[in-house]
Design a protein around this ligand. Sequence first.
Ligand SMILES: NC(=O)c1ccc[n+]([C@@H]2O[C@H](COP(=O)([O-])OP(=O)(O)OC[C@H]3O[C@@H](n4cnc5c(N)ncnc54)[C@H](O)[C@@H]3O)[C@@H](O)[C@H]2O)c1
Length: 309
Amino acid sequence: MPSFCRLSGLNRPSFRVLPLQSRTSLHLRAISTTPRLQNKARSRDRVAIVTGAARGIGRAIALRLARDGYHVTASDLPALQPQLDSLVSEIAATGARAHAHAADVTSPAEVAALVRTSASTLGPLHTMVANAGIAQVRPLLELTEADFSRMLDVNIGGVHHCFQAAARQLLSQGPVQEGEEIRGRLIAAASIVAFKPFALLGHYSASKWAVRGLSQAYAMELAPHRITVNAYAPGIVDTNMWELIDEGLGKIKGKGKGEMIKKYSDELIALGRTSVPEDVAKLVSFLAGPDADYVTGQTYIVDGGIIYT
Ligand SMILES: NC(=O)c1ccc[n+]([C@@H]2O[C@H](COP(=O)([O-])OP(=O)(O)OC[C@H]3O[C@@H](n4cnc5c(N)ncnc54)[C@H](O)[C@@H]3O)[C@@H](O)[C@H]2O)c1
């Protein structure tokens, strides 16, 4: 299976030099912004990288962004290369170009190579979705140093590496394109536990709380460069990650497979159903699109009504 498709259709966006604008002219341009119907056409020349894309929420985001008109570099751990390759074929079938590149987000060098390869294969970067993450059910008093470090390395270190490499790439690509208000977008996976921790998922909760804080700090530092930074906070999404959480909580509480996710979904979710990855992808589609040009530093909850802000 090829790791990229439709290269023959390579159609790099032209980066015309935008003269330095005053805040006033930018404002005027923002309010006379492109109509909704042109959004898809505007995304056509754009490239997004999605980490943790081999399955679950990341996969749904990659497919949704491709449907929105993005070309997509899908990334995950090397062990999931076959899943990445099949995702790339599925994206290519939508007419978008796609590319698979395995990288461990805990490695700054691997993430830098991911960003470089994406740019040389699909063209200039526009959006980074730092979605990769891990969870672990374990009481705080039983955590080892390795448990704690691993959680932070992947969930917050990974977001930092992705944001830093992507922002450097965006700045290296020259001025903001003519007719655009925003140079690029950084988007991270937080969680509802970034607002209220889950007992027995203490270090996971802390890592996601940190994602919310780091996204706010990146938003502040990158706003002058016209890069927006936001995060999404899913609730209980039926993926491999929740299978693991269900199993871990079930062991501690003496419940069988599937009982904990059902219990929490029934008791906590106002809209009355467990979330699916596509619920989250719809929010990321908004954050990655031109309708979110004026949104930065936010963490948006998409949980069917568990946490109220
Ligand atoms: N499922 C949920 O209910 C839920 C809720 C809130 C937040 N989230 C967050 O959404 C994101 C996606 O979760 P999911 O439910 O799809 O989980 P998942 O386990 O199905 O997918 C996570 C992906 O990240 C990849 N990954 C893990 N460590 C990596 C690393 N070091 N480098 C690169 N890739 C790595 C995995 O291989 C996997 O493909 C995660 O950040 C998760 O914390 C999930």
